[in-house]
Design a protein around this ligand. Structure first.
Ligand code: SAM
Length: 285
């Protein structure tokens, strides 16, 4: 079926299946016909590739992925969409819909089971209410995926792709850069969805690194990153003291050991400085 971005086609499918949008599940379906082919191309859907999608909706992106890749496995939590997808994706035998919550399913096992012998990419128009948890779950599990191409809210994209040392940077930007190289691909206006959300969107791609960008223990690294950004307006020394539950003098010693000046704020630190803080924290523990 080639018209899955057409409003009339979507409304007809919904009426026949008695389907109504769930706001709680972040159901804003794409109706701009140019977006999904572009996402599928830039997301690396091609021969020899398996694609993991999260959230099929009526299958508009799934169909574009399936037309290019060897196999598409899509995790969709809303059981009401299963009969819809059986109809809309009937022409694509290389698609499998897995009825599950992406935050609860064992993704490593799923990838092993479904994509043996294929290079794997993730491509999805994410439900916005769990963008960061999904991205962090995909990255922290260090799944064998080459890249993660996702549509997210524009503000979330700015935070996720922000460089260390800039105002927009936050814990999520540092975490994403530890595991991957993020880049902005293209912008998508709110009018491209049914129903239209209150914000615009951006498609980003995270090229997953073979090894983390910083040579630091992941647990200690994320402990200091979370603590450092726990109170954005405070200095790193104060944030580390309260975030790690240690005396201020000890937090100051950590910063000194990592070569960080006492008045610095988390957004001013480089990846290497977070790494140095993690190393000092490990010595302390
Ligand atoms: N891919 C479709 C499109 O572009 O039109 C739908 C995108 S819509 C923004 C998000 C989709 O994710 C919905 O189909 C929703 O039911 C699904 N979803 C929401 N929460 C989910 C979860 N925890 N696990 C899996 N899918 C989820």
């Amino acid at each position: 079926m080639s018209q899955l971005s057409n409003i009339g086609v979507i409304r007809d499918i919904m009426a026949r299946h008695g389907f109504s949008f769930s706001k709680a599940l972040g159901q804003n379906f794409l109706i701009n016909p140019t977006v999904c082919p572009r996402m599928a191309e830039l997301g690396g859907a091609a021969a020899g590739v398996g694609v993991l999608e999260i959230g099929a909706g009526v299958g508009v992106l799934t169909a574009e992925l399936a037309a290019r890749a060897d196999k598409v496995v899509c995790v969709e939590v809303d059981g009401r969409l299963l009969p819809v997808l059986a109809e809309t994706l009937a022409d694509y035998p290389n698609v499998e819909i897995v009825h599950a919550d992406v935050m609860k399913i064992d993704l490593a096992a799923l990838l092993r089971e479904k994509f043996s012998g294929l290079e794997v990419v993730v491509c999805a128009n994410l439900p916005y209410y769990i963008t960061s948890p999904i991205l962090m779950s995909l990255l922290e599990q260090q799944l064998a995926v080459r890249s993660i191409t996702v549509m997210v809210q524009r503000e979330a994209a700015q935070r996720i792709c922000a460089s260390p040392g800039t105002r927009e940077v936050g814990a999520i930007s540092i975490a994403v850069r530890y595991y991957s190289e993020p880049r902005v691909l293209f912008q998508v206006s709110r009018g491209s969805f049914l129903p239209a959300p209150e914000v615009d969107s951006t498609v980003i791609r995270l090229d997953v690194r073979q090894t983390p960008s910083v040579n630091a223990d992941a647990h200690a690294f994320f402990q200091v990153v979370r603590a450092a950004f726990s109170q954005r307006r405070k200095t790193v020394v104060n944030s580390l003291a309260s975030g790690l539950g240690i005396p201020k003098a000890q937090a100051a010693a950590l910063c000194e050991g990592a070569g960080i000046f006492a008045g610095a704020r988390a957004e001013q630190l480089s990846m290497a400085q977070f790494g140095a803080l993690a190393a000092c924290l490990q010595q302390l523990q």
